[in-house]
Design a protein around this ligand. Sequence first.
Ligand code: HEM
Length: 281
Amino acid sequence: MASRFSISQSQLFLKKPHVIFTPKTPIFITPISKPTPSLNLFVLKSKKMVVAAAETAAAAAEEKSKKRYPGEGKGFVEEMRFVAMKLHTKDQAKEGEKEAQEKPLPKWEPTIDGYLKFLVDSKLVYDTLEKIVEKADFPEYAEFRNTGLERAECLAKDLGWLKEQGHSIPEPSSPGLNYSAYVEELSKKDPQAFICHFYNTYFAHSAGGRMIGKKVAEMVLNGKELEFYKWDGDLSQLLQNVRDKLNRVAENWTREEKNHCLEETEKSFKFSGEILRLILS
Ligand code: HEM
């Protein structure tokens, strides 16, 4: 039966000495704040009230942490996605928030030579990522072997086909060489930052990368769909499997490690952006 002497939460913090009788439940005496000679106030609280106050505080803390880390409630991948989407411009994706560059962007005029450079440099980066997870300097990398998202082999086929068509295949250029060297080094010492690049590279390609590929193919390859843009099996299921693995790996990270991973997103955009720009070179 509910006590006749019910009390609101705010009453716990009343300044005046306040006595609450709850005859059937044990009574605790708790100082409101550190007692001083001038203010020596005590509140008698029932055990139920202490529990209720603790629950309210826990709910408030949870609410606060949701606000601090958007997407957190749905798992760490949602946090990474949230940060990445904000780094897009509005033109790139509707969730984008980044201001478009003030200087006018180069005209969207892809060239076959530029596209070949892009494919060669992309292959170098995927080769590197896929070797890193094979080697697995950190045991969690092994989770990301054979996910079905791998792109290095597809790109090798595409470059083989393009060569057969009479195109000369360039050597990798600095955007790809720089990015590849960067992730290689990072993977040996900083798993959280490495995972950020892993996530962004594969997921960006499955989203915006596909849109770009389709447009470029229409303009410079007579609409030929390259292997780079085909996956064995259901892509959304493959992506979901990788999201689940990423979420599981990140469950073992501290908040600081998670934040460190999120902070790396900008670098991922910078390096990948340079490779994307090769299309227009
Ligand atoms: C011209 C450049 C780009 C365009 C046009 C573009 C466009 C898009 C679009 C349309 C989406 C899908 C949004 C949705 O789910 O509704 C997307 C998602 C995404 N993009 Fe980009 N993007 C670009 C560059 C990048 C770069 C450089 C990165 C990072 C390396 C990146 C990372 C991501 C990620 C992580 C997602 C989320 C994918 C997912 O939820 O599965 N994007 N992008």
